[in-house]
Each structure stands twice: as C-alpha cells, then as structure tokens.
Design a protein around this ligand. Sequence first.
Ligand code: NAD
Length: 298
Amino acid sequence: MPAVLIDGTAIAARVRDEVAERVHRYRERTGRAPGLATVLVGDDPASLVYVGRKRRLAAEAGMTDQHRHLPADASGSSIAAVLDELAADDAVSGILLQLPLPNRMASGPLIERIPTWKDVDGLTTLNAGLLARGEPGLRPCTPSGVMRLLAETGAALEGRHAVVVGRSELVGRPMAQLLLERHATVTIAHSRTRDLAALTRQADVLVAAAGVPGLIGAEHVTPGAVVIDVGIHRTDDGLVGDVRTAEVAEVAAAITPVPGGVGPMTIAMLLSNTVVAAERRAAAGRARPVAASGVPAS
Ligand code: NAD
C-alpha cells in the first residue's frame, strides 16, 4: 500500500500562521514586535539562501528583522562582539548564528555567548541540558519540526519504538530526547551501529538523519511504519534525502518527501521559538527581574 505523503510545506504554513497570530497578540499586549536577529559570517551560497528565507518569513510573520553580515575572515572576537551587542539589545528576542561558520571555525564558544532565553536554535549547553532533563527551554528547530509533523500525522508515540538514525547535537540527540519526552521507546543508531537494517526494521517511527543520500531503503522499513527523512542533499537530479522515497513509500504508512517534508518545518519552528522567547521574556519581566541565567532572580 503506498504511503501517505506528509505535507511539510502545508504544515509549516499553518505553523507560520499560528506564529503570525501570536505576534499580533504580543504586539497588542506590549506595543512592540518580537525581533529575530540573524548573524551570517561569509558568503556561502546555501547559507545566504537559508538566512534570506529566515529573514523574509520572520518579516512576513510580523517580526522585526535585524541582520548582521560579517566577512568570511571575521575574527572570533568580532563575531563575539556582534553577538554580545545583540544579546544586550532589548528589541532582539532571538539570535540565530548561521552554521556552519567558514574556515572550520569552532561555533561552540560563540553559541555559548547567546543568552539562553534568546537561543532560538536551542543549541546552547543550558538549553541542551534543560531538554536532557525534560525541563522547559527552547528546543532545536529541526527535531521540533519533526515532532510537529508526527503530531499532525497522528502517529502514535507512547510505548512505540522510535529509531533515530544519527546522533548529532543538532538533530539526532535532541530528536531522541523529544521522542522520549513523548514516551516513545527510543533507539539511536549511528555510523558504528552494526546491522542497521535489522534495527530500523523494528521501528514504528523511523527518523533518518544520517546525512547519507539514499541510506534507507525498503529493506530498512517494517510495513506500516512512519518514516521521517531529515536528510537534504543537492544532486544533479535535484534535492534528495537519506531515504529512497519511492521504494520506502511502498512499505511505510506515511513518509515525508524531500523537498517539502522536514525542510520547511525548520524555519517555521525557528519563528515559533522566537515568538515563544519574546512571550517568556515579557512574562518574566512582568513577574520579576531576570538574572543572567535567564531564570527569574529569586
Ligand atoms: P551530521 O553529519 O552532524 O551527523 C550525522 C549522524 O549520522 C552522525 O551521528 C553519524 O554517526 C550518523 N551516520 C552517518 N553515517 C551513518 C550510517 N551509514 N549509518 C548510521 N548512522 C550514520 O549531520 P546532521 O547535522 O545531524 O544532519 C543530518 C542530515 O540532515 C544532513 O543531510 C543534513 O543536511 C540534514 N539536515 C536537514 C535539516 C532540515 O532542515 N531539513 C536540518 C539539519 C540537518
């Protein structure tokens, strides 16, 4: 039976509509708009496109757009200075440092300069720790987008076996934790996993985030599974994912296409995180002064 295609483009548009509505209410309450600041270092063509899209959709949702573009040879301290300036700016609700940085510059120390409450990519150590502990915080956008796709698909998670292929900080690990939060039984596979197909065939929900084009075929999927393809690869035949979509669609109950699956959700969840960040900050400001940690000072 051919699988249902999960329409990430339509679901992302719905999320952005919800965000625009929340932005509207926030403006009515506070008299100003949430602000998204994007920081781009260098001129990588793909990053230019991604940042341009994030800025455009943030503006369409009614947010203010602050953008900083630094040259590819910008020093770590000059990038840090820009992040510090945005961190101190009350008009900025969320800060996004576009990754990867050029020349293999380490992003970790720079990301840590972003205040937890403005970390709309959910990548700081503190937000990762809050997620690991199951406490409220800003969650990484791509895995959050996958959770929304699963919710919209009506995929059962509680007690079901979810297999995540990939263990990166950006996707695999937070993905596994979000699935765990929803009471799935979660297995993480990675590059050293033996007999990947034997493992993934046990999955009721399979999330492929290995960054290997066409890694997952029909032999990896049990009939009736829900398959989410996070991978994005530019090839001569256009964009493809980690999943061989046509053959897996013959086995799975539901599957995300590439393009038009997870991709559009990532930006939608970034916008959602930005409005959430603004709302939480406004609420914390109304309640008590906020300490440097982002936790209201007691
Ligand atoms: P990454 O390279 O940081 O991590 C890949 C992970 O996959 C690693 O943990 C590795 O152990 C595992 N892996 C590699 N080969 C494997 C194999 N043969 N079998 C099992 N596991 C294997 O990549 P990432 O940042 O997590 O991204 C993964 C993919 O998702 C990439 O294609 C990336 O472009 C895509 N991506 C898409 C979006 C989006 O918005 N749709 C966002 C982020 C990443």
